[in-house]
Design a protein. Structure first.
Length: 468
């Protein structure tokens, strides 16, 4: 459970930059791998026809909404552990992880039962096609247990990253992605002597790859006798009511915040469908490009959360302030450079989508140009909110701000333009960034006020639990 802490004399040194790279790059690479895996899944299933693609896509949307919930619990666990690690409070880190694992399992249980025994009824409510419902229900029934496995993986990954270990989550994530693709190829199409299972094969591939991913993490933890190789005394320690209430009080707003964002993001895409087929085609092409662009900044957000959280947990408020300034300056520099690069690479990017008709290709070219010009506001907000404010536990401000700007400004403006204004798609796309411009100043002022700088590392039990 050891980790390196940077002293004030090391700020601006190579040690600081190596720490940022070590924390940010693996997270960015893992996010890119997940994007490529999603695209590989779609390409493989597309060989089975449009009904199969629709069924897997429908099931994937339900999995995504639950993944948003899982990430909320994981974020709560990770932020607390980052501060506890700064305070060198090993037992509090272990107790937080145990609490997150137990609570995450309990939260997933009703969804597992719903997927396993009520998926036909659930899907019939949101899709009228009986063929799509039948295939999607089969997929959900097989992957029901994968919900629990994924929740545990998300929590372990968040905890490890907060301790500075980004290599293991990346290695196990890459291993899982490779296994998933191999099993997809074998089980969907019946290669190498395996049965040809179609959509069910994709579901089994997902379940088995998640099982192997979790197994790999656990084997490494217990083989290394890591502090996160928990045992019965650690789980019994979660009966501490004060620690339980603290975790719930901190994690609940994060979970709600993630759900607000997840449902809002889905609402934008549903509304886009009313803008026409051309708009949907452009959005379908630009979403994976956006995901790849944002990957590096998600990594930077992770690095800032860990490093600022550790500094605050150790009582180093001035160090945390200097770190947030450094991360924001670095973010601004990178988003300008990458935005300019994307602007000039637009012809090449559009050429990769050779299946699009000339009109849609031209619209994609223009949309990428607009994205390159205004993406800076979304990226700076991302690092400020996910990386800086959350590191200090300023979760209630983030929840209120995100909810107001998305549901009372962003989505209403977007819906009004689609249903009541006859405007070009570029204007509609630009309106997706309205909420980011709306919260830019409030978030900047909140950071400048330093009210977010809280030490969450209140000792629960200063001594680590030792097995007799």
């Amino acid at each position: 459970m050891s980790q390196r802490h940077l002293t004030p004399s090391q700020w601006g040194s190579s040690a600081l930059w190596w720490s940022i790279v070590a924390l940010a790059v693996p997270v960015a690479v893992q996010m890119m791998l997940q994007s490529f895996l999603g695209m590989a899944d779609v390409l493989m299933v597309s060989e089975l026809g449009s009904v199969a693609v629709a069924a897997v896509g429908l099931a994937a949307k339900l999995h995504f909404l639950l993944l948003v919930l899982m990430n909320g619990l994981g974020a709560g666990c990770g932020i607390l552990i980052a501060q506890y690690s700064g305070a060198k409070n090993v037992s509090a880190s272990q107790k937080t992880l145990a609490l997150a694992l137990v609570l995450g399992s309990v939260v997933m249980l009703p969804f597992i039962l719903l997927f396993a025994y009520g998926s036909d009824f659930l899907l019939a409510l949101i899709n009228p096609d009986p063929q799509v419902v039948a295939l999607a229900a089969e997929y959900l029934q097989i992957t029901a247990l994968a919900l629990l496995l994924t929740q545990l993986i998300v929590i372990y990954e968040s905890a490890l990253r907060s301790m500075g270990n980004t290599a293991l989550p990346l290695a196990m994530g890459a291993f899982s992605a490779i296994i998933n693709v191999i099993l997809n190829f074998a089980l969907i199409f019946g290669h190498w002597g395996f049965p040809e299972l179609g959509v069910a094969g994709a579901a089994w591939a997902t379940l088995l790859s998640r099982l192997l991913q979790l197994t790999g993490i656990l084997v490494w933890l217990y083989a290394k006798k890591h502090g996160f190789a928990l045992n019965l005394p650690h789980f019994l320690a979660i009966r501490d009511k004060a620690a339980f209430k603290k975790f719930i009080h901190f994690s609940a707003p994060l979970v709600i915040n993630h759900l607000v964002w997840g449902v809002g993001n889905a609402t934008y895409h549903v509304l886009t469908g009313f803008a026409g087929t051309e708009a949907l085609a452009v959005m379908g092409a630009i979403v994976p490009i956006e995901s790849l662009f944002f990957a590096l900044f998600v990594g930077l957000s992770n690095a800032s959360t860990v490093m600022i959280g550790r500094s605050l947990g150790a009582g180093g408020n001035q160090g945390a302030w200097q770190l947030q300034r450094l991360f924001i300056q670095l973010t601004i520099t990178l988003v300008i450079v990458l935005g300019i690069l994307l602007w000039f690479l637009r012809p090449w990017v559009v050429s990769q989508f050779d299946q699009l008709d000339p009109l849609t290709s031209g619209l994609l070219f223009e949309t990428l140009g607009l994205f390159a010009c205004i993406v800076w506001v979304k990226v700076i907000n991302m690092v400020r909110i996910l990386g800086v404010l959350r590191a200090g536990g300023d979760i209630h401000f983030v929840l209120v701000t995100d909810t107001i700007v998305m549901w009372f400004i962003g989505i209403p403006c977007y819906a009004f333009a689609i249903f009541y204004l006859e405007v070009p798609f570029l204007v509609i796309y630009a309106l997706m960034f309205v909420e980011d411009f709306a919260k830019f100043i409030p978030v900047h002022k909140r950071i400048s006020s330093r009210k977010w700088m809280k030490n969450l590392a209140i000792p629960v039990n200063p001594k680590p639990i030792i097995q007799k």
